[in-house]
Design a protein around this ligand. Structure first.
Ligand SMILES: [Zn+2]
Ligand SMILES: [Zn+2]
Length: 398
């Protein structure tokens, strides 16, 4: 077996790895859009034969999770190429496409897999491992072929609401790993120690919601389910209802998980122009008792609230996303500032901190560890054993 990082050896995002079996059959893991891409265009596709016009030796593409830096260049692939992904990830893409979200589309030839149920694709035996990440339904992959074993970590962390998945993998790691492709998003970031857990964040949210005398607004991703659960739990404990958009509600519903907040719960509401249904609420109603609500602020809701007197100095705005996205939300942030709204940041990373990466690497104990999804591949050598650095498009034998 051979492998080649087509993109991602020295950047976060745009991940694409090609795996080549001795019989020349090939498999791709992820087909992401680079984070710095201005547009999603076909000329950004990595140099892999058979992406635009299917060739019989390209058996398929595995998608680790529904973040655009892992799937979005798939927009340009030949529609006959089989795409293997988690069932819920496929649903999240479907719902996002229905709501016309940027970079959302449905793959044409989807095959879904289940956690830790191995399946064979030509020469490759694939075992997906459900993992803890800020995207729901995220996976690592064990790929076996020609007597060799490659493990692709995908994006993961150990401090989210599914940290048990990380702990159980560490406890029972796959054995005899020849190559571990390990993500290193956190390398080079200011904060180098342990990251705050979602549970610790819940306490921070609770404190803020309790102290606020007015409406609370939270800017977060509708697809960061861990965070929505964190916010909901803080709302519940501070006697606030959570108000979301129809799109966020649709995402939560598509997960099919009765433990996740949804519109059948009396304290989860949809912000609407008219409150025709039981779970719908209008701005007018919120204006009467703003201290009883927390609103998740998506683009649609922002438009509805913009002219409302509810944006006043009694309101609190919580930014709960990666700092790097602040540029995108500048209009919102400026408006909040102009209205005299109190602004705070409450966030923790979707990616593993260095102590967790170290635990992960030592549990998997690979013959070689290869950096991916990082701006600092060289720093891996200071942190881990048996590191080998490969550049994009460099084919290496396993
Ligand atoms: Zn990523
Ligand atoms: Zn991700």
């Amino acid at each position: 077996m051979k492998a080649c990082i087509r993109r991602g050896s020295n950047q976060i995002g745009g991940s694409a790895v090609e795996i080549i079996a001795d019989n020349q059959q090939r498999l791709i893991i992820d087909i992401g859009l680079p984070l710095d891409a201005e547009e999603n265009t076909a000329d950004l596709l990595p140099q892999i034969k058979g992406l635009k016009e299917k060739s019989s030796d390209l058996l398929g593409i595995l998608i680790s999770h529904a973040h655009q830096d892992h799937y979005a260049l798939g927009l340009h692939i030949d529609k006959h190429i089989p795409v293997y992904m988690g069932r819920i990830s496929a649903k999240i893409l479907e719902v996002s496409a229905q709501h016309n979200l940027p970079q959302a589309f449905c793959f044409k030839n989807i095959m879904t897999f289940n956690n830790q149920q191995s399946f064979q694709v030509g020469a490759f035996k694939i075992t997906p491992y459900l993992t803890d990440h800020s995207a729901y339904d995220s996976y690592s992959f064990l790929i076996e072929a020609d007597g060799k074993r490659l493990f692709y970590s995908g994006d993961f962390r150990a401090h989210g609401r599914k940290s048990k998945l990380f702990e159980s993998l560490i406890k029972n790691p796959p054995q005899d790993i020849d190559i571990l492709l390990l993500e290193g998003s956190c390398l080079g970031r200011k904060q180098s120690g342990k990251y705050e857990t979602e549970t610790a964040l819940e306490a921070k949210f609770l404190n803020t919601l309790k102290c606020s005398k007015g409406l609370c607004l939270v800017q977060t991703s509708s697809q960061n389910i861990d965070r929505i659960v964190t916010i909901y739990r803080a709302c519940k404990k501070s006697n606030r209802s959570l108000v979301i958009s129809g799109y966020t509600g649709h995402i939560l519903q598509c997960l099919g998980n009765s433990k996740i907040p949804n519109f059948t719960w009396s304290d989860v509401k949809k912000l609407s122009v008219k409150a025709a249904k039981k779970h719908e609420i209008t701005i007018k109603t919120i204006e009467k008792e703003p201290e009883k609500y927390t609103i998740l602020l998506c683009g649609y809701i922002f438009k509805m609230l913009k002219e409302s007197p509810i944006l006043n100095p009694k309101t609190t705005f919580i930014y709960s996303m990666w700092e790097g996205y602040k540029e995108e939300y500048q209009e919102k942030l400026n408006l909040m500032k102009d209205k005299g709204i109190k602004m705070i940041d409450i966030h923790t990373s979707g990616h593993a901190d260095i102590p967790s990466l170290k635990r992960f690497a030592s549990a998997l104990n690979p013959k070689h560890l290869v950096p991916i999804h990082t701006f600092y591949p060289q720093e891996f050598k200071e942190l881990f054993d048996n590191v080998v650095i490969y550049k994009d498009n460099q084919i290496f034998a396993i």
